[in-house]
Design a protein around this ligand. Structure first.
Ligand code: HXC
Length: 535
């Protein structure tokens, strides 16, 4: 009896030892894989003021929520010395986690492993996590820090990028996709973000370019720095590639969480409502004072948006780019609404190529993700110039017309002041099928401004006068006549182009009332996914 028991005990203890040894091996394998490109490279990453891929995920994820996938995947390429190179995780950490309690899929490129470059295995890891995000209807967050296509793997890395781009496009408008640029990103590492909905960059560490300064020098002879070629300032203000600039990585992660709070998990969901102590019928008398009696006075539209929004909060998108149009998120009575507003403080709020593109893409995003649109109009027209015509303002302005006409989400438009010509139509006008169109008493809805109209309508009468002073006086008189007839909201209100002329003090209450009614709106064609195509 005793003998048997001893044997069993010994056998159990041997099994335990074997299991302990196996667990030990697993722990060593995992530890090694998690070490990335080794201490020296990690040190170099820190010296550049950058976090490592794992530190970044830890920062973003709710504590203990990160579930990694494919930790042990590595490259199968043996060319150019890769057979002798350790490439833990093939240079990318992938998995899913919770952010402020919401599930998201996440991947973080590890610059310490082959410069975060993308080879076949690296690409397939990203694709796997994107597929899981799509199947489970959760957003994808990409943390990019990569030299682009892995040169040693040749066409396999290009094919890997093609697989990623394909998913960026197919899942566009179905699940939100957000890119954080956290290092020098080149080639494919910039095209994938450009296909996603929002791009963040961080001052001092983020760069985006198709090819780096050396190649630019070799090809064109131009001397450029990383910053002048593709730093955050350039992409936030000139190219329009970047939507948000952060001062540091922690600031970037904070902003990411704020953005996520305005987004749904997927296109069949509404963003979560947030109860607000701000009364829905709060009066907004300040809105009467922005331009006083001067119809030409420039003013920043932001305070107008703050006045209307819950708790005066506005989360602006692309604030440095095409400042003549202002876009972003607010909450109204707790519900998320996207705002598109002409900003008369810049270029008189006229629409140019960049403003048309910026507004068009934002409208497409809102429509794809079930977010109602509030349009605040104060637009003197499309910006007239040779440069704009040659640059294709017709083509770009058409994108805005198409985006509004396509959008089936609830649309409420308020004409604050000017609404002229094609730009009036483009900015969510009634017969482009906006749902509720309101106007302030100071609104002017017409084909063009009174002076321009008088100059065309009465050209012969005006030019028949010899004295320039007489000509000017007649032009002013005729412009005033035109203005009193057409540069008011009342002709539009009498034809139904404006549903109601409202007192500015009631703007918040009226807008929220309209959106509440539209909660029940049926959306013909909304089953079709139109995606958020780059424009
Ligand atoms: C393989 C790469 C790599 C790449 C960087 N590395 N990029 N390895 N393929 N694409 C490696 C470097 O050899 C180096 O390895 C390590 O990563 C760190 O790179 P450094 O150059 O030392 O870092 P840094 O000075 O910070 O410069 C970063 C960089 C630069 C600006 C990204 O490395 C660079 O210009 N890389 C090439 C960019 C590029 O042209 N990529 C191809 C794009 S074409 P060691 O062992 O020395 O530490 C592309 C095609 C897709 O992506 C297009 C789709 C439309």
């Amino acid at each position: 009896m005793n003998n048997g028991k001893t044997k069993r005990t010994r056998a159990r203890s041997k099994k335990t030892q074997v299991n302990v040894a196996r667990v030990q091996i697993l722990s060593e394998i995992v530890q090694k894989a998690k070490g990335g490109g080794g201490l020296a490279r990690v040190q170099a990453q820190w010296e550049k003021g950058k976090f490592t891929a794992r530190e970044r995920i830890n920062y973003i994820a709710d504590e203990g929520s990160f579930q990694e996938l494919d930790l042990l995947v590595t490259t199968r390429c043996k060319s150019f010395g890769l057979d002798k190179t350790e490439a833990p995780g093939d240079g990318v950490v992938t998995g899913f986690c919770r952010v402020d309690g919401r599930e998201v899929a996440i991947f973080a490129q590890d610059f310490t492993v082959l410069g975060g470059s993308l080879g076949r295995a690296h690409a397939m890891k990203i694709c796997k996590v994107m597929d899981m995000a799509y199947q489970n209807r959760v957003p994808v967050i990409g943390l990019l820090d990569s030299g682009g296509a892995r040169i040693q793997e040749g066409v396999e890395s290009l094919d890997g990028y093609a697989e990623v781009f394909y998913r960026n496009v197919k899942y566009s408008g179905v699940i939100p996709q957000i890119s954080l640029i956290l290092g020098p990103c080149a080639g494919g590492a910039v095209y994938s973000p450009a296909l996603t909905d929002f791009v963040f960059m961080v001052e001092g560490i983020s760069h985006m370019f198709i090819t780096g300064p050396d190649v630019v020098k070799a090809a064109t002879g131009e001397d450029v720095t990383f910053d002048s070629l593709g730093g955050p300032k350039v992409h936030a203000s000139k190219s329009g590639v970047c939507h948000f600039v952060a001062k540091s990585e922690p600031d970037c992660f904070r902003q990411l969480k704020e953005l996520l709070s305005y987004l749904p998990q997927h296109r069949w969901e509404k963003p979560h409502a947030a109860p607000t102590p701000d009364p829905v019928d709060r009066e907004t008398p300040l809105l009467e004072t922005f331009w006083g009696v001067d119809p030409k006075k420039a003013y920043a539209v932001h305070p107008v948006i703050w006045q209307v929004a819950d708790e005066f909060k506005f989360y602006e998108v692309q604030d440095h780019y095409a400042k003549n149009v202002t876009v972003g998120f607010v909450r109204l009575g707790g519900e998320v609404v996207g705002v598109v507003a002409n900003n008369s403080g810049y270029m008189a709020g006229a629409l140019d190529i960049d403003a048309s593109d910026k507004a068009a893409r934002f409208v497409r995003f809102l429509n794809a993700f079930n977010i109602p649109i509030l349009t605040l109009v104060d637009v003197p027209g499309f910006w007239p110039s040779l440069e704009q015509e040659h640059g294709g303002i017709i083509r770009h302005g058409a994108k805005l017309l198409a985006a509004y006409a396509d959008a089936t989400v609830p649309k409420v438009t308020v004409v604050l002041r000017k609404a002229y010509g094609g730009a009036y139509i483009a900015m969510g006008s009634k017969y482009l099928h906006s749902d509720f169109n309101l106007a302030f008493p100071a609104a002017e809805l017409a084909v063009m401004g009174p002076k321009g109209a008088a100059a065309i309508l009465y050209a012969r009468q005006i030019s028949s006068l010899r004295d320039p002073a007489d000509r000017e006086a007649l032009r002013d008189k005729l412009a005033a006549e035109y203005s009193s007839m057409f540069a008011t909201p009342y002709q539009a209100a009498s034809s139904g182009s404006v549903d109601e002329v409202i007192e500015p003090a009631h703007a918040r209450a009226k807008i929220i009332r309209a959106f509440r009614f539209l909660d029940f709106k049926r959306r013909p064609g909304s089953h079709e996914n139109r995606g958020n195509t780059p424009v």
